[in-house]
Design a protein around this ligand. Structure first.
Ligand SMILES: [Zn+2]
Length: 406
């Protein structure tokens, strides 16, 4: 028996006026998901527990069968794992974005760009290396990642301030959030010194000359301590693979002790290597029991507010990931159980995540249940779920259902 979880990140959405009140999932052509849904179970899954932010970290942790209340410490520790960084028990990993902040005449600070113009990895590595050389202390260390996404490892007790994701504050006043750090002497020193260094950094001077946003500051958020969680093998005696372009998912895969497969050309956007990811899943299933395939593109389109891209990303997910994998398993006459779902909604109208329970289909190739007879979309799931009097599934228990452990 093979088990699969196929995730279109952020696919869920709300009714859209220009689609005559339909959602993107209703409008997008998704024949394979519709077929599996009509013949399988269909239910709502509460991937973001009450009291948690609706992040991909929390939601995908639930999909992987980990109760966020027990295991979620923050986003950055998962990224640290994927970068091969192990945290000591007295260390906290912070996500460290390179950002562009504006200081206004009245002293207020505005978030111009959460990504410093999607600065390249080559440029940002020079900046992070300079910060590590000039500003690191026994307590603070900078670790280079990709593009604007880096880590800062802090040794000590949590500074007790609330951090916020910079992409939620585009063009907004972030003065208070920035000033939080200035109340702590060693943090104040770090911030002021780094600001002066970044202002004169050759990479930034060149970017300004080219009309690009410079990395005026680093922005810390998503912090947490090391994750201690049992592997999927320990819990369910299964081996498997994680296929994703995103560091966070790769980190989750490592925590779960899955084989983390790097697919050439997997970019996290609508130009990703769909065929490569599908092939990697089929190859993995040749000798493993479980595969988790994650597609970032619908979420990215949601954040950009692009309706055409979101439709395309969902149609490509269906036609170029779900369809070939299912067809392959059928050709191989392999028994399988597959969940097709999303981690959370990323409504185009909001351009950020929300924590609504997500439509989830569970199909068993042995077709032992009557089947829902439904199309795969939010409305049909909500109505069907209500008619069935299903209690909304608690996110992290979904894997028990998939693996027939309860
Ligand atoms: Zn997500």
């Amino acid at each position: 028996m093979k088990y699969l979880i196929l995730v279109g990140d952020g696919m869920g959405d709300y009714p859209i006026a220009e689609l005559d009140g339909k959602t993107v999932l209703e409008v997008a052509s998704t024949p394979t998901m519709d077929e599996l849904c009509s013949k399988g179970e269909f239910f709502l899954n509460h991937t973001v527990p009450d009291g948690f932010p609706p992040g991909s970290d929390v939601a995908n942790m639930s999909l992987m069968g980990y109760d966020p209340a027990l295991y979620y410490t923050g986003r950055a520790p998962l990224e640290a794992v994927s970068m091969g960084i192990s945290l000591a028990s007295d260390e906290i990993a912070f996500r460290c974005n390179l950002v562009t902040l504006d200081r206004n005449d009245n002293g207020r600070i505005t978030m111009r760009d959460f990504s410093a113009g999607h600065i390249s990895s080559e440029e940002s590595r020079q900046i992070i290396d300079t910060l590590e050389t000039e500003c690191s202390t026994r307590q603070f260390h900078f670790k280079p990642g990709i593009s604007y996404r880096h880590l800062m490892i802090f040794k000590g007790t949590h500074p007790g301030i609330t951090t916020v994701p910079p992409h939620d504050y585009i063009e907004q006043d972030v003065t208070l959030h920035y000033q939080n750090y200035l109340a702590l002497p060693e943090w104040q020193h770090l911030l002021e010194r780094s600001e002066a260094i970044l202002a004169g950094h050759p990479v930034n001077l060149q970017r300004i000359k080219e009309g690009k946003n410079p990395a005026t500051h680093f922005w810390l958020w998503g912090e947490g301590k090391m994750v201690n969680a049992p592997t999927l093998k320990e819990r369910f005696q299964i081996s498997g693979s994680m296929i994703s372009a995103v560091d966070l998912l790769k980190g989750l895969g490592i925590v779960a002790d899955l084989s983390v497969i790097d697919v050439d050309g997997a970019t996290g956007d609508i130009h990703t290597n769909y065929e490569g990811k599908a092939q990697a899943a089929m190859d993995a299933l040749a000798d493993q029991d479980f595969v988790f395939v994650h597609l970032e593109a619908p979420d990215e389109a949601g954040h950009q507010g692009s309706l055409p891209d979101k439709i395309l990303a969902i149609e490509d997910f269906d036609a170029r990931i779900v369809r070939p994998i299912i067809q392959h398993l059928r050709d191989q006459r392999e028994d399988f159980r597959v969940v097709v779902t999303m981690d959370h909604f990323t409504p185009l109208s909001l351009r950020t995540h929300v924590s609504d329970p997500v439509p989830t289909l569970l199909y068993d190739s042995r077709e032992q249940i009557p089947g829902s007879g439904q199309l795969f979309c939010e409305k049909s799931c909500i109505e069907y779920d209500k008619r069935q009097h299903n209690a909304i599934t608690r996110g992290y228990t979904m894997i028990d259902k998939l693996l027939e452990r309860k």
